[in-house]
Design a protein around this ligand. Structure first.
Ligand code: DX5
Ligand code: ZN
Length: 215
């Protein structure tokens, strides 16, 4: 499994250093949580911050857009240096257009669903996208409790991919409440990429925290 530290729990006054630290400590991807105060109540950062961070790291930039109508700012996030852009199924009616625009630019595209959204609602997009992000907390904040029942969605996604490996090539990512206590269940359910915010950035040792998720 790949490990993607979420900078939502990092020290925002030292973001560049924090990113270098997780990169040196074994992170595979960097997860960047963009919130608009509308799709979710919280606000974080946008394309200018991502653009400034981009030259500081070689990590794959996994940008999680928790914003309404992401199509309006898509080009800005692409230009800022996102490698993968994940939008929320619940945030837009233009998913097909968004998939096309991102793929045309040569970047990867993902779709995320909130805990109350059934996995079946995105089945029609599964053969077109690179990644599914299963939210295992309500999007908006770090430090919430993991919802183990979300692993049922992961198991279904894995089974669908196994039944039809030519049609479905998506990665399965999970986000919210991941730590050393639930990582084995997460791994056994079939997750390919784990996001972790507070577990890594609030730990004494980023290296130990990241390696405990790599097992
Ligand atoms: C929540 C974000 C997560 C968050 C995870 O809306 O999408 O990426 O940073 O934080 P933890 O790992 O602390 O739940
Ligand atoms: Zn996230």
């Amino acid at each position: 499994m790949k490990v993607a530290p979420s900078i939502l729990s990092a020290d925002f006054s030292r973001l560049g250093d924090e990113i270098k630290a997780v990169e040196d400590c074994g992170a595979d991807w960097l997860h960047l949580d963009v919130m608009d105060g509308h799709f979710v109540p919280n606000l974080t950062f946008g394309p200018p911050v991502i653009k400034n961070l981009r030259p500081l790291s070689l990590l794959f930039f996994d940008v999680h857009l928790m914003i309404s109508e992401p199509e309006k700012l898509l080009q800005n996030f692409l230009d800022a240096g996102a490698d993968l852009i994940t939008i929320h199924y619940e945030a837009t009616k233009n998913i097909d257009d968004i998939i096309r625009i991102i793929q045309k630019s040569g970047k990867k595209v993902g779709i995320s669903i909130k805990p109350n959204t059934p996995i079946e609602s995105i089945k029609i997009f599964l053969d077109k996208i690179d990644l599914i992000l299963i939210m295992s907390v309500e999007p908006g904040w770090s430090g919430q409790k993991f919802m183990p029942e979300m692993l049922e969605k992961v198991k279904k996604l894995k089974a669908w991919r196994e039944e039809n490996p030519e049609k479905f090539t998506y990665l399965i990512e999970i986000d919210g409440g991941i730590n050393d206590k639930n990582i084995l269940d997460v791994k056994n359910s079939g997750v390919d990429v784990v996001v972790a915010g507070s577990y890594i950035f609030k730990s004494e040792s980023y290296k130990n925290a990241i390696s405990s998720l790599h097992q």
